[in-house]
Design a binder for this molecule. Structure first.
Ligand code: GDP
Ligand code: IMO
Ligand code: MG
Length: 425
């Protein structure tokens, strides 16, 4: 058995939470492999909106085990609050959430450093979610970090103290005021961590997943952020601090490349981005505003308005190539309903096609658009078969399949589980 991977091909918020929830009944394991509480994965269940940040999106399927993998960075108070919020809804989480012993911890110092570094950057700020992601990964790679399974070790408290001192010095160097209650924050942080450790003892995630695959169980690796925010392949430095492409599912879960099966690549029928950085197809006009309103494009984690624009084929092709995507999922096709004309950037000026090498500097990219006739969906109608969709939407999907040389596996036509139309079996 091989593990499948589901990831976003744009700048995040492609609808990964919904997609994982829809696919989860086919899987025994859903495993997050990177990122942390910068993610906001939205699910609509019985008219209720739920946003998950660190918990994998299979948690609402009672037969799914949900692993927070070693590649994730986790903030104990936020994760505990997320767990408690689900329990308050009456969910019995039992043994369904597992946390890898090697997942790194985000401390209050990391969050403060994130704020201080962003403030110091002024106009050049990344537009980070301020959740401490960058500093936590920095410490991981600088070998100053602390992992979920480390607390039992003899030197854990010394390492934590030393990390706190380093962050304090960092704040001073950046001229950022240390909050008066930092010690109290640290105490509350430690309490949350201890509660989590008691209720969710650290596990060897890699061993569990490999054993599950050996026993014929199905595993779906859930990505966070999007391919264009990858620390290596995104528009550096306007990226997140983890790898968001399929390769990260291997390192972030302890799976060998030979154990990876299907790679689902998700994208909206248009584009959005939250935070700073290049966005070649961004619409700065009324159309961008209309897209934002129609798609409710406001960040699930920070509430910030998302920047909106047309679909970007060179970026999509690049992202699909980086991850070896073999199944596409198109989301939010309903949002474009009523648009008389829909555009797609088919290449950038100076490129012969979207298949050219992707430019390293995207600020100067000028998109060349192709126009499509729009479509109108009937509100409230539950589309079940491809043939029921307007011909113009079908033409749009066929164009995308042919351009990306990859089948569209299903199309999402609304935020809830049921507004999903499987196009291929
Ligand atoms: P994620 O981070 O990739 O999980 O995506 P987010 O949850 O941040 O943002 C996607 C938003 O679009 C959420 O509000 C979803 O409820 C919503 N959504 C997902 N799929 C669809 C869809 O097909 N149509 C519409 N209208 N909304 C969708
Ligand atoms: P999901 O999983 C959209 C963006 C931030 C910022 C940059 C760096 O919901 O798709 P960070 O806090 O990671 O240091 O911020 O990355 N970003 C996201 N944008 N969706 C996300 O996650 C994101 N996670 C981070 O806005 O531009
Ligand atoms: Mg999101």
């Amino acid at each position: 058995m091989k593990a499948d991977v589901l990831l976003g091909l744009q700048w995040g918020d492609e609808g990964k939470g919904k997609a994982v929830d829809v696919l989860a009944p086919d899987y025994t394991w859903i495993a997050r492999f990177q990122g942390g509480p910068n993610a906001g994965h939205t699910l609509w269940l019985d008219g209720q909106k739920i946003v998950l940040h660190t918990i994998p999106s299979g948690v609402f399927r009672k037969d799914c085990q949900n692993l927070i993998g070693n590649g994730v960075v986790l903030h104990p108070p936020s994760l505990l609050a997320e767990i408690r919020a689900l329990q308050e809804k009456g969910m019995d989480l039992g043994q369904r959430i597992l946390i890898s012993d090697k997942a790194h911890l985000i401390t209050p110092g990391h969050r403060l450093m994130d704020q201080a570094q962003e403030a110091a950057k002024g106009d050049q700020k990344i537009g980070s979610t301020l959740r401490g992601i960058g500093p936590a990964y920095t410490d991981k790679y600088a070998r100053h970090g602390l992992r979920y399974g480390d607390l039992a070790g003899p030197d854990a408290m010394t390492r934590l103290q030393s990390s706190m001192n380093t962050h304090r010095q960092g704040l001073v160097a950046l001229g950022y005021p240390e909050p008066d209650d930092l010690d109290a924050q640290m105490e509350a942080w430690m309490e949350s961590l201890q509660t989590l450790l008691q209720e969710f003892p650290p596990v060897d995630g890699s061993w569990l997943l490999n054993q599950a695959l050996d026993q014929g169980q199905k595993v779906l690796a859930e990505g966070a952020q999007g391919s264009m925010l990858d620390v290596e392949y995104g528009a550096y430095p306007f990226v997140t601090s983890s790898h968001t492409t399929a390769a990260a599912a291997c390192t972030g879960l302890g799976l060998a490349p030979s154990r990876i099966g299907d790679v689902y690549g998700l994208f909206k029928a248009y584009c959005t981005r939250v935070g700073s950085g290049p966005f070649p197809t961004e619409l700065h006009d009324e159309q961008g505003e209309t897209l934002r309103r129609a798609g409710h494009e406001f960040g699930a984690t920070t509430g910030r308005p998302r920047r909106c624009g047309w679909l970007d084929l060179p970026a999509l092709h690049y992202a699909a190539r980086l991850s070896g995507v073999n199944k596409l999922i198109v989301t939010k096709a309903d949002v474009l309903s009523g648009f008389g004309e829909v555009k797609v950037a088919v290449r950038y000026e100076g490129m012969s096609s979207h298949r050219d090498s992707y430019p390293n500097q995207q600020d100067a990219c000028v998109p060349v658009y192709r126009s499509f006739e729009g479509w109108s969906l009937t509100p409230g109608k539950n589309y079940q078969r491809l043939e029921e969709l307007p011909a113009t939407l079908r033409a749009y999907l066929t164009f995308l399949e042919e351009s990306l040389d990859c089948p569209v596996h299903w199309v999402s036509l609304g935020p809830d589980r049921h507004s999903t139309l499987q196009t291929r079996h």
